[in-house]
Design a protein around this ligand. Structure first.
Ligand code: URA
Length: 210
């Protein structure tokens, strides 16, 4: 739903944070949009302050929400395995999300992922911009449409653009690809394998750009 400005409590906006751990601490109190209300915690980005590459996903899922870490659930497992196959060390890159709270619909005991809307992505871009300012990466990787929209400020047709680099006005190159959960959702084995292979090729291209 849309929210009114007067529904939003003050958020921590301490600009003094000069490291990722400090920024992550400030983000725990984020009230920039209402998603904090139902989520367990803010799931901030993770990785070295001086990483050369920043990977941006959509938003934490159920397991990330509980663990407080990005990409540790099923999509994270796919992501990890393919990064490994491509020879990219996840510990050396920075991994974050466009939106830092889990948005979901309760269904019985389960919590079903629901897509963040443009206002939520916009509100949370404040944090992504801070991460980019601090880390100053040479390359950003947009994992899927939400990340691409947040990084590039416009709707990007992922299937048409995947595997290409789009330069931002500030000079940051953004490599566009699919979200790893896209592979998870494919049931037909041959198709799943083919999409996994395409994503692996994209990650190998990223490795070359690093
Ligand atoms: N999907 C995402 O986009 N991010 C996560 O952290 C987990 C799943």
């Amino acid at each position: 739903r849309r929210w009114r400005k007067d529904e939003l409590p003050e958020t921590a906006e301490d600009d003094g944070a000069s490291t990722i751990p400090e920024l992550s601490e400030v983000a725990k109190a984020c009230r920039r949009c209402p998603l904090w209300r139902n989520a367990t915690q803010t799931v901030f980005g993770e990785g070295p302050d001086r990483a050369k590459v920043i990977f941006v996903g959509e938003q934490p899922g159920d397991q990330e929400d509980l663990a407080g870490k990005p990409f540790v659930g099923p999509a994270g497992k796919v992501f990890d395995a393919i990064l490994d196959d491509a020879g990219v060390d996840r510990l050396k890159v920075y991994v974050t999300n466009a939106v830092k709270h889990f948005k979901f619909e309760p269904r019985g005991k389960r919590r079903i992922h629901s897509k963040p809307n443009a206002g939520e992505v916009q509100a949370c871009r404040w944090w992504l911009d801070k991460e980019l300012d601090l880390i100053k990466p040479n390359l950003a990787v947009a994992l899927g449409a939400t990340a691409a929209q947040s990084l590039l400020g416009k709707v990007v047709p992922i299937m048409k653009m995947r595997g290409t680099v789009v330069q931002r006005d500030d000079g940051l190159p953004v490599f566009v690809t699919i979200h790893p959960s896209f592979i998870l959702r494919i049931r037909e084995p041959a198709n799943k394998q083919a999409e996994r292979e395409r994503f692996l090729q994209d990650m190998k291209a990223v490795k070359k750009l690093m």
